[in-house]
Design a protein around this ligand. Structure first.
Ligand SMILES: Cc1ncc(COP(=O)(O)O)c(C=O)c1O
Length: 389
């Protein structure tokens, strides 16, 4: 919270935080599902990294300490202990690490939803080379995936159920807790790719009951590419021995031993090589910004903006592809030519993106009602590119 003299404390959302994101001086940025906007905080963090390097040369001890600070910051964000979090360079690395620790001999089945990001599906199918059987869960016609669809295919031969907290394709928000319960009932583990949720909707690993949760810093965590995290439920650590590994996952990295595989007792066993130090500086700054706003406050703020957006979309006669029964920050709108629509809005300095046949509009803590109104005006002037309008 920031306190303005003589006024009530103000949550760090909307107008209170927007000044830290210079892009809003000239652009309506509503594309956080692709990349969070650059803040002065993150720029300063990169500069601090460069200044330290310049002044002290190899600051290894400090850099390793920064990796621990990033681990702790992500742990706070998702309600985990720091020793349950691995620092990785991408969600892909996190998911690969998890599947590399699975014994597929007695439980060969990996369940994935059709809403997984390509990387999750591809990594699951890569396991076919070592005997996996991959089963897909498909959405209903209304774009939802009721947890019962998972229950139909999760069985006693299932090792892992992969689900995605918020779909990057439609914005649908899945009932992850229920999917985790279904997985556990069959003795399987549950992994939630939460990249489109982390920083925009509250995530609590204990409440969700998931075994693994992963997200990177590029989107609602407001930092840049090359940093992600993997939560691993503490009780599982001893039994999981990732075969995708590296020296930073060793019990004692300073021993420099080459004789044994000896994974760390904590979730660090899912770390790998040299940590991505510059991205860690940026990641800490981005996550701290989100934490100081408070994810609940961010979600409430974004929900208000999205309600305004949905009302305006209805008035335009647009077809909203996002199921209104359950969604996060991302709202998707059907288009006759999504690429042309993204380009047309770009001409008006409104930054969006597209997937499938949909335009993606994703609001975050720094957006305000004016941004929503500008998007709606932009869509009104490109009405011919909206499906159904
Ligand atoms: C839901 C989701 N998962 C994963 C990714 C990408 O993961 P990675 O860090 O492996 O590039 C994205 C977007 O880039 C995403 O939206």
């Amino acid at each position: 919270m920031t306190t303005l003299r003589g006024s009530e404390p103000q949550a760090l959302v909307g107008a209170a935080v927007r000044g830290r994101f210079p892009i809003f001086e000239h652009t309506t940025y509503v594309n956080s599902c692709s990349q969070g906007a650059l803040s002065t905080d993150v720029r300063e963090a990169y500069e601090a990294y460069l200044a330290g390097w310049d002044e002290h040369g190899a600051e290894w001890e400090h850099w390793v300490e920064r990796a621990e600070a990033a681990r702790a910051a992500f742990a706070r964000l998702v309600g985990a202990r720091a020793d349950e979090v691995a620092v990785v360079t991408s969600v892909s690395q996190a998911v690969s690490g998890v599947v590399s620790a699975l014994d597929l001999r007695s439980r060969p089945r990996i369940v994935v939803s059709e809403f997984e990001f390509p990387t999750v599906g591809q990594i699951a199918h890569a396991q076919e080379l070592r005997g996996a059987e991959v089963v897909h869960v498909t959405p209903e016609a209304d774009g939802t995936i009721p947890p019962e669809r998972f229950a139909e295919v999760v069985d006693e031969r299932t090792a892992l159920v992969c689900c995605t907290a918020v779909s990057y394709r439609t914005g649908y928000r899945l009932d992850v807790g229920e999917v985790a319960r279904i997985a556990h009932d069959a003795g399987a583990l549950c992994l939630a790719d939460s990249y489109q949720a982390a920083g925009s909707v509250p995530l609590d690993v204990g409440g969700l009951g998931v075994d693994f949760l992963t997200a990177g810093t590029v989107k609602y965590l407001l930092a840049s590419a090359g940093l992600a995290f993997l939560y691993v439920r503490g009780g599982l650590l001893e039994e999981l021995r990732p075969t995708q590994t590296g020296w930073f996952a060793d019990e004692d990295i300073f021993e420099m031993q080459i004789a044994r595989y000896r994974p760390h007792t904590s979730a660090r066993r899912f770390d790998s090589g040299t940590p991505p130090v510059p991205n860690i500086y940026a990641g800490i700054a981005g996550i701290e910004l989100v934490l100081s706003a408070g994810v609940e406050a961010v979600a409430t703020h974004v929900r208000g903006l999205n309600e305004r957006l949905l009302t305006g979309l209805d008035e335009l006669g647009a077809t909203v592809a996002t199921p209104r029964s359950s969604y996060g920050a991302l709202v998707c709108v059907a288009s006759t030519d999504p690429h042309a629509l993204v380009a047309a809005l770009g001409e008006e300095r409104i930054v969006t993106s597209s997937r499938d046949r949909n335009l993606r509009i994703s609001l975050h803590l720094y957006n305000v009602e004016d941004d929503v109104d500008r998007v709606l005006e932009g869509l009104a002037s490109n009405r011919t590119l909206l499906a159904g309008a």
